[in-house]
Design a protein around this ligand. Structure first.
Ligand SMILES: [Fe+2]
Length: 159
């Protein structure tokens, strides 16, 4: 092989390897196609009687007493999904937030290392006069890196 042929072959080979390498790198960093419409607003369960797999996996599930007394602490558990959402380096829950009525109450942030499951337990106290009509809505939101923001609600009676 003469010098010119060697250089031409090497150059074409390097270019082909570069293009292939970039495509492989893109798949590593962006492994999943994302539905951008999920990031246009807050997603909610549309029909509770027939949830889609995406809704079952992402809508926050709130577990709380149906009736609480003002001024006394109670526990609110927020889980992401009916079966807990996966937590891995390419697909994970970034945070869970809880609002009491319209007031943001707290937030838990998660890292994509897989150590934590997407479930948070909050100890809540409803001050007197916060729910003059006797009802209050708990709102939970979570954000999935691939499937956007999801919200769930749970109404409690406050006596
Ligand atoms: Fe997700």
């Amino acid at each position: 092989m003469d010098r010119r042929t060697f250089l031409r072959t090497t150059l074409v080979g390097a270019m082909a390897a570069g293009v292939t390498g970039n495509a492989v790198a893109a798949e590593i960093y962006f492994p999943t196609k994302v539905d951008k419409s999920l990031f246009e607003g807050i997603n909610r369960v549309k029909d509770p009687t027939s949830k889609t797999p995406l809704e079952k996996g992402h809508a926050p599930v709130i577990t709380a007493p149906a009736s609480v007394k003002a001024g006394e602490p109670f526990t609110v558990e927020v889980s992401v999904g009916e079966t807990l959402h996966p937590m891995g380096p390419s697909h994970w829950i970034e945070f869970i937030e809880l609002s009491i009525g319209n007031e943001p109450a707290g937030r838990v942030d998660f890292q994509p290392r897989g150590f934590l499951k997407p479930r948070a337990i909050f100890t809540v106290v409803i001050p007197k006069d916060t729910a003059p009509e006797g009802k209050l809505t708990l709102l939970a939101r979570q954000h999935c890196n691939l499937h956007g923001m999801w919200e769930g609600s749970f109404t409690i009676t406050v006596t």
